[in-house]
Design a protein around this ligand. Structure first.
Ligand code: NDP
Ligand code: OXD
Length: 309
């Protein structure tokens, strides 16, 4: 039986080699066409082409090369009976926590203004609100949101979290559901988005959400570009309702050369690097999960089809 690796990423061959290192006895095919699929049991994928997975007759499981699975559910012909597993990789999780901490601190310490002052050779000291008064709101307290929250809690930021389902949350104030969104936003001086992209969360960062934030709040979006209504974000930044935004993900990637985000004075752009897929650690986690599948053992990262995360 074989594993089919499907990805157009530049590093795809290196990632597939890393998987082969972890699973030396398996046949691993990389980006082969539908004719060769008869013996394929597992697909390991990033942004598979529409209908490609549906053509694998004996497919038993689909493994995402990322934590997100929106790239898999984007395929309207995704076979309904095959389980999908998201990636849970402690290295990726730690990186996301680093990215969130770095950007929360950047906004908290007013670094945009010091960068501008340095460019103008100006020596100006601005007021700095105490950490204990800078409220950070995190949308999504899953694998990544929880890790980011734990890292931020160590600095003493007051935290709020917003999730789909209710929970007791020892790290801060917990809000859930549509009814909890506005009160949550109202106490988020720095808003971090770590939601999965689903039909429920698409476009959630819109004019209404920006208006509900404290005036001059900062946004950090490290989840998916589809969460943001871009025109509303630019309006909110231009009006000053929103003070600044750090964006790692975009509706269309790579970000177009003429996109207004590149040169906007209140926007910091990073090229979808908040957390990186490392071939070796990703391969290890997927190999472990394939081993569990074969052994009938409990799996890591099973995606709920109805929720899409
Ligand atoms: P998880 O699936 O572990 O957690 C999702 C969280 O979002 C849960 O707390 C869930 O609530 C909450 N949520 C889902 N739907 C809603 C909703 N409708 N309303 C309110 N809350 C909701 O995801 P991860 O933490 O692992 O990852 C989040 C996303 O980060 C990924 O889907 C991916 O898109 C993105 N990502 C970005 C990377 C980058 O480099 N920029 C790297 C890796 C991932 P509940 O707990 O109630 O279920
Ligand atoms: C992921 C990503 O989902 O890299 O892991 O965005």
């Amino acid at each position: 039986m074989a594993i089919l690796f499907l990805s157009d990423a530049a590093a795809a061959t290196a990632w597939a080699d890393a998987l082969a290192n972890e699973l030396p006895d398996e046949v691993i095919r990389v980006n082969t066409g539908p004719g060769d699929d008869g013996d394929v049991e597992f697909a390991v994928v990033w942004q598979p082409a529409k209908g490609r997975l549906a053509r694998i007759p004996n497919l038993r499981a689909i493994f995402s090369l990322g934590a997100g699975v929106d790239h898999i559910f984007a395929d309207s012909e995704l076979p309904a009976h095959v389980p999908v597993f998201r990636l849970i990789d402690p290295v990726l999780t730690a990186q996301m926590a680093e990215y969130v901490v770095m950007n929360v601190l950047w906004h908290h310490r007013g670094m945009d203004q010091y960068a501008a002052h340095q460019a103008g050779r100006r020596w100006r000291q601005a007021d700095l609100p105490r950490t204990a008064r800078r409220r950070v709101g995190i949308m999504g307290l899953g694998v990544l949101g929880s890790a980011a929250a734990e890292a931020l809690a160590r600095f003493g930021f007051p935290l709020a979290g917003w999730t789909r389902t209710a929970r007791d949350w020892p790290l801060g104030e917990a809000f859930h559901g549509r009814g909890g969104l506005r009160p949550f936003l109202a106490i988020s001086d720095i808003l971090v988005c770590l939601l999965p992209l689903t039909p429920e969360t698409e476009g959630i960062l819109d004019a209404g959400a920006f208006a509900a934030l404290p005036s001059g709040a900062a946004l950090i979006n490290a989840a998916r570009g589809g969460h943001v209504v871009e025109a509303d974000l630019i309006d909110a930044l231009d009006s000053g309702a929103l003070g600044a935004a750090t964006l790692d993900v975009f509706a269309t990637e790579p970000l177009a050369q003429d996109h207004p985000f590149w040169a906007h004075p209140r926007v910091r752009v990073t090229p979808h690097v908040a957390a990186i897929t490392y071939g070796d650690t990703t391969a290890r986690e997927i190999a472990l999960n394939i081993g569990r599948f074969r052994a009938g053992a409990p799996m890591s990262g099973l995606v709920d089809r109805a929720r899409r995360y």
